[in-house]
Design a protein around this ligand. Structure first.
Ligand SMILES: NC(=O)c1ccc[n+]([C@@H]2O[C@H](COP(=O)([O-])OP(=O)(O)OC[C@H]3O[C@@H](n4cnc5c(N)ncnc54)[C@H](OP(=O)(O)O)[C@@H]3O)[C@@H](O)[C@H]2O)c1
Length: 312
């Protein structure tokens, strides 16, 4: 499977109170710009806007007749009832979900089908057996797991091959470096990383441009936008911006290039809401950070880590 290093994350296309409201026309413009500029990997999930992100993508692929040119990364395992979202990886639910997803995405097959989160109430063996069946039937082309621990991944692999892992990763969130990324390298598993911009925080816009944090999940939950991290992050951004400016680049590009340069990363899944954002993100390919600058960033990140420890 040939997948682009920059993948398009489409949670925001769902347009909901979690990730904020978004017009379909803007989402379509982002899809078009991404595709025209070589992005062939699109990541979505049924739970993004309760099917809406998938519907927007499915319509775009059908209208433009480009299904075969796109690698669709979809997910399953989070179901909703009224306002509540629940884990469900029972066989019955998985069989329902794959049909609903294929219908919304206007496709017979899903390239990368990822279990979104583990379900504490369903044995891993049951979930893995169903995924294995989908794979053997050819209705999915690769099996993926997201947000699983190494122990859970190893258990899953007893019953079903795992081709891809999808995990959170960015300058501020580096847990996968301990076990997951080395494991992927050793086992030849592709690693897709999500939230490479730390949900937009790493663009620095909430600090430099004093943009108001939108009324979505970030305002309520993101610790990076609250004291004491807010001040500590601000210091980091001031220094990191100087590095980005040496390349005439934005902080968003620097954050993406930092991820891409790390060992074991196959693709970064970055969200974008409009043409300006996707164009800015694509510009990360117009330059490459020097090793010296990557080392400087890591030094700044170490200082940040020490400051956080002190503040606790
Ligand atoms: N497997 C999972 O559990 C999981 C979890 C989370 C995400 N994901 C996937 O990963 C994708 C990306 O993650 P994410 O959306 O959480 O975070 P992200 O990619 O770190 O941040 C994306 C957001 O940052 C802002 N942004 C993007 N480019 C920008 C630019 N150049 N300048 C200024 N702002 C910019 C936009 O939001 P604003 O304009 O509103 O600031 C955009 O929606 C998701 O869409 C989804 O496909 C998967």
């Amino acid at each position: 499977m040939n997948i682009s290093v920059l993948g398009l994350g489409t949670w925001a296309f769902g347009s909901d109170k979690w990730w904020g409201w978004q017009s379909d026309s803007k989402s379509e413009e982002v899809l078009e710009t991404a595709f025209e500029n070589g992005v062939n990997l699109i990541d979505t999930a049924p739970v993004y806007g309760r099917g809406h992100s998938q519907t927007v993508i499915g319509r775009f692929l059908r209208q433009n007749k480009i299904r075969e040119k796109i690698v669709l990364a979809d997910k399953l395992g989070l179901r909703w009832h009224n306002r509540k979202v629940e884990h469900n990886l029972s066989k019955k639910s998985m069989l329902e979900e794959i049909d609903l997803s294929r219908k919304r995405l206007c496709t017979d097959y899903i390239d990368i089908y990822q279990v979104h989160w583990p379900d504490p109430d369903t044995p891993i063996a049951e979930t893995a057996a169903v995924m294995e069946k989908f794979y053997a039937q050819g209705i999915i082309k690769a099996v993926g797991l997201s947000n699983y621990s190494l122990k859970q991944i190893q258990e899953f692999r007893k019953y079903c091959p795992v081709h891809i892992l999808q995990m959170p990763y960015n300058m501020f969130e580096r847990n996968i470096e301990i076990e997951i990324a080395p494991f992927c390298l050793q086992q030849g598993i592709s690693l897709l990383v999500y939230s490479p911009l730390d949900s937009g925080i790493l663009t620095g816009k909430f600090f430099f441009e004093k943009q108001r944090v939108p009324k979505d999940l970030r305002r309520k939950y993101h610790s990076g936008l609250k004291a004491p991290l807010l001040t500590i992050n601000n210091e980091f951004f001031k220094q990191a911006k100087d590095i980005a400016l040496n390349y005439n680049a934005s902080l968003a590009q620097l954050a993406l290039n930092w991820c891409i340069a790390q060992s074991g990363i196959t693709s970064v899944l970055a969200g974008a809401r409009n043409i300006a954002q996707i164009k800015d993100n694509l510009l990360c390919f117009a330059w490459k950070p020097k090793q010296l600058d990557l080392a400087k960033i890591n030094e700044l990140l170490e200082i940040r880590k020490r400051e956080i420890k002190k503040s606790l």
